[in-house]
Design a protein around this ligand. Structure first.
Ligand code: ADP
Ligand code: MG
Length: 352
């Protein structure tokens, strides 16, 4: 049993901070949800329950059954630039495997809200801790009876920054952003049971059984799930290019929407958008889709790190490849062959 004040969460050195601190700004409730869900995934949670009220403007709560934190951990976690995930620049250069590493989220969210963290470590027989943080100050730290894992509550986001609060959109719009974020993570982690509740009503919950098809069913419902077909192309089945594999599910062309929102694309398991990927997908469907119609897609792309332009800016979800043209051809080929296998494409070759 380590001494009670020992923690792995430490402050990054100033050089590292200067390099990576692109100023993580919490724009809206969905940004807080994203950070908290990433923390839960980084803590190896197998269950993540997301609850929001009024689109997240009144309350965001993320409860997990992950590793949990000791009292010393919780105290350290809300400080500026503190993380347990990297030691410094060397770790970033050799490739970070966690979703977070900047050590900014809890501090930043806590400086524009009333933040409560309840946590108890999985290992050891430490009691739980409840820390209340308000507008950037620790208000109280008390022992708390709580299950192993972590629950973070963000209440009254922007209560102390009225200018930013004014920029929040309607509850429906804020909730749509939250829903999109939680959906992306639920689909990328079918082995984690993810639930989303809005104003007391469950929006979806995945089983965590590890089946992507089942996660799609839970998130999008029966009609969409029934229209999904598998894509599975290894590097040697793809045209030449940086991608080493494309896999996932894409919908029958007739099951489409007038929004790009349902193109859930991932590169090396990160939820990102990439023009080359989107254009490859749309190219495969060709004229099967009307103009401004998009399929449902949950598509994972593997590429060596050096082929992806990893933007260190925390808010950018857009990525580029060193050879976007090749990626476009690879994605097009992978999706087209899945659609052809299922007889869902009219032949592109001219007849006769
Ligand atoms: P980062 O994720 O970049 O390290 P955060 O401010 O999001 O920075 O979190 C700070 C630290 O608090 C993390 O490095 C981690 O050690 C701890 N932490 C945050 N959320 C959780 C959680 N849900 N479960 C366990 N530990 C957590
Ligand atoms: Mg984090």
């Amino acid at each position: 049993q380590p001494p009670r004040d020992e923690t792995d969460i430490r402050r990054l050195d100033d050089d590292t901070v200067a390099r990576i601190a692109a100023g993580e700004v919490v724009e809206r409730p969905a940004s807080a949800v994203k950070e908290l869900v990433e923390n839960s995934l980084d803590a190896d949670a197998s269950t993540i329950d997301v609850t929001v009220d009024a689109g997240g403007t009144e309350l965001v709560r993320v409860a997990d059954d992950g590793r949990g934190m000791s009292e010393a951990d919780v105290r350290a976690a809300v400080r500026e630039h503190t993380t347990s995930k990297i030691d410094g620049l060397d770790d970033i250069e050799s490739g970070v495997t966690t979703l977070g590493f900047r050590g900014e989220a809890l501090h930043t969210i806590g400086s524009v809200s009333r933040l409560t963290i309840r946590s108890r470590p999985q290992d050891g027989d430490d009691a739980g801790t409840e820390l209340v943080y308000e507008g950037g100050e620790v208000e109280s730290v008390e022992p708390a009876g709580c299950p192993a894992g972590t629950t973070v509550e963000v209440a009254d986001l922007f209560y102390n920054t009225p200018a930013r609060r004014k920029f929040l959109k309607t509850t429906a719009t804020e909730f749509a952003h939250v829903n999109r974020i939680v959906t992306r993570y639920a689909l990328a982690n079918p082995d984690v049971a993810v639930s989303l509740t809005h104003d007391g009503r469950e929006v979806f919950s995945t089983t965590g059984q590890g089946d992507l098809q089942a996660a799609v069913l839970a998130v999008y419902g029966r009609e969409v799930a029934a229209a999904m077909i598998p894509v599975e192309a290894d590097g040697d089945e793809l045209p030449p290019g940086p991608l080493e594999g494309v896999s996932g599910l894409v919908s029958h062309p007739e099951t489409n929407r007038a929004s790009r929102e349902y193109l859930a694309t991932y590169v090396n398991d990160r939820a990102v958008t990439a023009d080359a990927v989107r254009e490859g997908i749309m190219g495969a469907y060709g004229t099967q889709l009307g103009s401004d119609r998009y399929p449902f897609v949950v598509l994972f792309h593997d590429a060596p790190g050096e082929a992806v332009d990893v933007n260190v800016h925390p808010r950018k979800r857009e990525v580029r490849f060193d050879d976007d043209d090749a990626v476009r051809r690879q994605v097009d080929a992978a999706v087209e062959s899945a659609l052809l296998d299922h007889g869902l494409l009219r032949s592109r070759a001219p007849r006769g």
